[in-house]
Design a protein around this ligand. Structure first.
Ligand SMILES: [Zn+2]
Ligand SMILES: [Zn+2]
Length: 373
């Protein structure tokens, strides 16, 4: 077997401290159905930044020392006992794949509810410590370990490493949210709160479906991209800091109705109460960006008085990953996906990339790992 005993990885040695580039073991014995990858590139998700700061509720990750990163594309280096990906497509050594957490396929969430992202026996990729098998829990490492049911999906040749990587969290979650938000047609008005990766991919998804899309977010660079991807109206929250004025603006832009669908993709807890006011009578509210474990006040009577449905999504299942990649492939002539990736640098610069993500100076930084073999 031709892979090194150790590879370089960005290791979280302590929450809130800078990650350190350290050697981490590469597993030699793979479980039945598992894949070892040579990682080409990983992108930074806002969740990674919050995880490093230990700002999310418990359950997302383990204790340091561990490796973060859950948006990554790798080449198959080795597979144990399989020759297809999670949706039955042929898979060979050298093919590029993206993947997700491991799910069991034998619990009520996996089988009865068709929601494997809630799997009772979930093997979370960022939960393992760097000194315990399979060592390479996260994507910010030169090699990766895909759990036997980690939902590996082959990446179509037309999709670049960076765009494929962004599909493996942000876009697949948007595909999941889109599915949960119900039907969309030419008359549907969609309000997207937030203009980060989730918000921007949401713009593209609903525009492609024929909806009229309005964005409330910032900063200006992101709103420009939202416009380029087809948002009809954008509101920079810096230009209108008052939530009630923003609600009035949305009402103004929608003939007094609000959004048939409102997508919460900002991750700001207070945005939930604000977004509720933006939902049209009979409309739907999809919460996709939250994760801060903070309470907010809102008036529940508006749910039944206005016949509103609220739903939330946690991550995504392999069929969403496949559809995310297929969406990106099919619509690549309409949307310049590369615009989402605001920088590409080596693993040694990962801490700076996290800092610029945190200050909103970047939409999505990419971390280059190994050269394609
Ligand atoms: Zn993520
Ligand atoms: Zn399960």
């Amino acid at each position: 077997v031709l892979h090194p005993e150790k590879c370089r990885a960005a290791v979280v040695v302590e929450f809130g401290a800078r990650m350190q580039i350290l050697p981490v073991k590469v597993p030699f014995a793979l479980e039945q159905g598992a894949i070892l990858t040579r990682n080409l590139l990983a992108t930074v998700c806002a969740t990674d930044v919050h995880l490093l700061a230990n700002a999310l509720p418990p359950g997302y990750m383990g204790e340091p020392p561990l490796v973060l990163g859950h948006e990554v594309v790798g080449q198959v280096a080795e597979m144990n006992g399989i020759d297809t990906d999670a949706v039955g497509q042929d898979l060979h050594v050298g093919d590029r794949v993206v993947w997700t957490h491991g799910y069991c396929g034998r619990c009520r969430y996996c089988v009865l509810d068709h929601m494997p992202s809630l799997c009772a026996n979930r093997r979370s990729s960022m939960a393992g410590q760097k000194d315990e098998f399979p060592f390479l829990g996260g994507g910010f490492a030169e090699y990766g370990y895909v759990f036997p049911t980690g939902g590996a999906i082959r990446v179509p040749e037309e999709i670049s490493d960076s765009v494929a990587s962004a599909a493996s969290c942000a876009m697949q979650t948007v595909v999941h949210a889109y599915e949960r938000s119900g039907g969309v047609d030419e008359g549907t008005v969609v309000v997207v709160q937030g203009a980060g990766p989730l918000g921007l991919f949401s713009v593209a998804r609903y525009v492609a479906a024929g909806a009229k899309v309005i964005v409330v977010g910032g900063p200006a660079q992101r709103l420009e991209l939202a416009r380029a991807w087809g948002a009809e109206k954008v509101l920079d929250i810096d230009d209108m800091p008052s939530p009630s004025e923003r609600v009035a603006w949305v009402m103004d832009m929608t003939g007094g109705r609000g959004g048939d669908i409102v997508v919460e993709a900002s991750g700001v807890p207070a945005a939930f109460a604000e977004g509720m006011e933006m939902v049209a009578e009979g409309g739907r509210y999809v919460v996709v960006g939250q994760g801060h474990n903070v309470d907010v006040k809102f008036n529940p009577s508006m749910l039944n008085v206005r016949n509103i449905m609220i739903t939330g999504v946690r991550a995504a299942a392999p069929h969403h990953t496949w559809r995310a990649l297929e969406f990106l492939r099919r619509h690549r002539a309409t949307f310049n996906w590369e615009k989402m990736i605001t920088s590409t640098q080596g693993l040694d610069h990962i801490n700076e990339a996290f800092e610029r993500m945190d200050t909103w100076d970047e939409i999505k930084p990419a971390i280059k790992l190994l050269e394609r073999a």
